[in-house]
Design a protein around this ligand. Structure first.
Ligand code: SAJ
Length: 453
């Protein structure tokens, strides 16, 4: 242990990160930037090839800096797990999705743990970062590693440290976001703290791996439940004929004791809809039903249907049926100004409308095309109605010649309120707009034309 802590403090320890995605690659760069020789191990050979050429595929990692680190040999990437033989520390940053049955899928954690076991040696520190249910490190990772015959806290060291990466966040980065750490034993915690404090400004040790696993789930369950509350308040206000957006904005003027969350078309992304279900799944195995989590999930997953009901009623008032109507969805990414469609509620809304017989199109400058149940869809270019040149991910998209009159759609649904859309121009031309994000709050128009959540 002392030898390892000295190597960490002298930065001569060989550091590795398994999984070079939006969490692992920034972490590897931070460790390399702080002076360690870092080895990234990634199963996707295409990613490894790009990294070896100094190319970054993660928006938050500066290509120039990455190229320098690769050129200097400070950072290397490989698909070869045998390199773990020479590594002193291993940080695991692999995905933890849900199965189709909504159960946690920890197969990536397990397969990586089995690889690590093959090369586990004395004085090696293993840190799991992937979001998972409390008990994963102690009940699954630890026994697997001890099958090697090595003893935790004596021969090797094991901790959990939740990733807190918010992709695209320019203010909070891997380096300045406080890092929670919980080890299997005090020595495990001490070593993991020693490692991470070399690269991260603030490191907070906890009493156990379970506490550290629970911290991340609390953070994201807090969001999912409060978004669920905002969505239920939207449904309540709809019944009462009250503008929910006005109510939330007014409540947000309270300088203490309130934190605004906003209703929307549903809950998207690869964290918030998923992490709470890891917790409720674990509690079910302990015969406890986490009602808040389940209820929030129920409300959040009902929102796409609520949006379709608003569209149906609005078309009905215009003596039109959904069946046969031409409908344009604006924004399919899971939140504004990102290009990620994972768990996006826009996909649910699209599917429900198609099942009802509508001809559904979408326009999203961040998502040029997508596959819905295997069927390819292409983004309709409405740039003629946005700013003359739309800048997406820094690339100027020059105006197209094709002028699409938006009046040809029976209804336009604002599902993701990207900054690139010119809402006044869109409303001017549209026949009917259903706005699920209050994106038209500053738009001047006849109220009858805009229907809000
Ligand atoms: N959403 C609402 N209403 C809200 C806030 C969000 O409907 O008031 C929706 C979004 O449209 C999206 C989903 O919820 O579909 C999730 O949005 P999010 O703002 O939570 O964004 P994420 O999924 O990128 O969450 C990440 C998380 N970061 C990590 O897990 C490390 C989360 O903990 C961060 O708090 C969040 O970013 C953030 O604050 O940006």
């Amino acid at each position: 242990m002392l030898r390892l802590i000295e190597k960490i403090n002298r930065k001569s320890a060989k550091v590795s990160v398994i999984g070079l995605g939006y969490v692992g690659l920034p972490l590897a760069v931070e460790f390399a930037r702080s002076g360690f020789a870092v080895t990234g191990i990634e199963v996707d050979n295409a990613k490894v090839k790009k990294l070896q050429k100094g190319q970054s595929y993660v928006d938050d990692v500066d290509p120039k800096e990455l190229e320098d680190l690769i050129k200097k040999g400070q950072l290397q990437a490989s698909t070869d797990f045998r390199l773990l033989n020479e590594m002193d520390t291993v940080s695991i940053c692999v995905p933890t999705p849900l199965r189709k049955t909504k159960d946690p899928d920890i197969s990536y954690i397990l397969s990586v743990t089995r690889e690590i076991k093959k090369y586990l040696h004395k004085d090696q520190l293993i840190v799991l970062e992937s979001t998972t249910y409390p008990g994963t490190t102690d009940e699954l990772v630890l026994p697997e590693l001890e099958e090697s015959g090595l003893k935790v806290g004596r021969d090797f060291f094991l901790a959990f440290s939740p990733e807190r990466v918010d992709p695209g966040n320019k203010v909070y980065t891997t380096r300045n976001t406080p890092k929670i750490i919980g080890g299997v034993t005090p020595k495990c915690t001490q070593l993991a703290v020693a490692l991470y404090q070399q690269a991260i400004e603030k490191v907070i040790p906890l009493s156990s791996t379970r506490s550290a696993e629970m911290v991340k789930l609390l953070e994201n369950t807090f969001r999912a439940i409060n978004i669920g509350l905002a969505n239920e308040v939207a449904i309540i206000c709809d019944r009462l004929g009250i503008d929910v957006w006005e109510v939330i904005e007014a409540a947000a003027t309270k300088p203490f004791g309130f934190m605004p969350f906003y209703p929307g078309p549903g809950l998207g992304g690869h964290c918030i809809p998923i992490d709470p279900l890891y917790l409720s799944w674990k509690l079910k195995s302990l015969n406890y039903n986490a009602r808040f989590i389940e209820l929030a999930s129920e409300i959040n997953t009902s929102m796409p249907y609520h949006v379709v009901n608003k569209v149906t009623d609005a078309l009905n008032r215009a003596k039109k049926s959904v069946n046969g109507s031409k409908i344009l969805i604006l924004g399919v990414a899971y939140k504004k100004d990102v290009n990620d469609v994972r768990e996006s509620p826009a996909l649910d809304i699209l599917k429900i409308l198609q099942e009802k017989g509508a001809q559904v199109y979408y326009s999203d400058p961040h998502v040029p095309e997508l596959a819905l149940d295997g069927k390819p869809l292409t983004s309709v270019d409405i740039s003629a109605h946005c700013h003359p040149t739309t800048t997406v991910r820094g690339q100027r998209q020059e105006r197209t010649g094709r002028q699409n009159s938006l009046a040809r759609y029976d209804c336009i649904i604002i599902v993701t309120d990207h900054s690139a859309f010119d809402y006044q121009a869109i409303v001017n031309e549209a026949t009917l707009v259903v706005d699920t994000r209050n994106a038209t709050r500053n738009v001047k128009s006849s109220l009858a034309k805009i229907i809000k959540l």
